[in-house]
Design a protein around this ligand. Structure first.
Ligand SMILES: C[S@@+](CC[C@H](N)C(=O)[O-])C[C@H]1O[C@@H](n2cnc3c(N)ncnc32)[C@H](O)[C@@H]1O
Length: 292
């Protein structure tokens, strides 16, 4: 593309390239990319479509359009994604936070409302979105996050700083929660839960660009839950609540698994009506010796 093109021309070219690549909302996304490349926001683009764009800005825009046409996720291109009303830094080392995961923050905030200095553990923290969102909505609480990916932990730390909760967080490079000391008031986790064979069939944004270790739940998608069960048992006390995101249709097998390990299991549905979060706790025991 040569220099001195107008906003309208660049937009049309971007829309055509994204449409041909199968991108779902080509106009909205081309506008975002044009805004990122030029600093002209959507309102400015609409107000004056004949504005000329400089040659370096055009080159930048072309590069961004090519990346998106190769189906790289917008969040990686722009470097951030909104989650629970907060902007999180993301890069290809971390899963892009999903709207359905906000259910854990909603339920966790309800459970801990009014708690004094609650302690939270986020196993497989990735971008840190769960831990950071919980800490920002629960002043006075503190938390730990674990992940096997060192680059992911760097992003989680940056997000904790960005949202002013770094003093209340510690991050650990760990296989699930091995080596972490409890107990915690709330344990949350959104582990990888996609059956290995299904990953190649996901949309290209996910299958080609998101980290395999953030997606791959082994043969049946439930291996990570099984692997972290000893940690969940060790780190939870009589009043601990555990919130786990699960994949569609995994609720019955996981209900049976956790019940078999002594937990009481509750379920929460997302806005699409899918059972998305399991809530675990230990059964309440009545000590007769204290109440003769
Ligand atoms: C589905 S992502 C979730 C990230 C983030 N909590 C969220 O909700 O967006 C799963 C995360 O699990 C991490 N992970 C995979 N295997 C792990 C293991 N054995 N121990 C700890 N973390 C692991 C991945 O690196 C990835 O960051």
């Amino acid at each position: 593309m040569s220099g001195d093109s107008s906003v309208a021309t660049l937009l049309d070219m971007g829309v055509a390239a994204l449409k041909a690549a199968g991108v779902e909302n080509p106009r909205a996304e081309a506008r975002l990319l044009l805004a990122y490349a030029t600093g002209l926001d959507k309102a400015a683009q609409i107000r004056d479509p004949q504005t000329k764009v400089t040659t370096p800005q055009q080159h930048r825009y072309d590069g961004l359009v090519s990346r998106r046409a190769a189906r790289e996720p917008m969040a990686y291109i722009l470097g951030h994604r909104e989650f629970y009303g907060l902007e999180f830094d993301v890069n290809p080392a971390v899963l892009i936070p999903r709207p359905e995961t906000e259910l854990i923050v909603e339920r966790g905030s309800q459970l801990l409302a009014g708690a004094h200095q609650a302690r939270i553990l986020d196993i497989a923290t990735g971008s840190g979105c769960l831990l950071v969102a919980l800490l920002t909505s629960l002043p006075g609480s503190s938390g730990q996050g674990s992940d096997v990916s060192a680059p992911a932990l760097e992003i989680a730390k940056a997000n904790a700083r960005k949202h002013g909760v770094d003093a209340a967080t510690e991050f650990f490079l760990a296989d699930w929660a091995k080596g972490i000391e409890g107990p915690f008031d709330l344990i949350v986790s959104n582990p990888p839960y996609i059956p290995h064979a299904e990953i190649a069939h996901l949309q290209p944004e996910v299958a080609l660009f998101e980290p395999l270790m953030a997606l791959d739940g082994g043969t049946d998608g439930i291996e990570p839950y099984k692997a972290m069960t000893p940690d969940l048992m060790r780190l939870s006390g009589p009043t601990t609540r555990i919130l786990l995101e699960i994949g569609q249709g995994q609720e019955n097998v996981l209900d049976a698994w956790f019940a078999q390990h002594g937990f009481v299991v509750g379920m929460h549905r997302d806005h699409a009506g899918i059972v998305r979060v399991l809530e675990l706790c230990w059964p309440v025991t009545f000590d007769r010796s204290l109440h003769p």
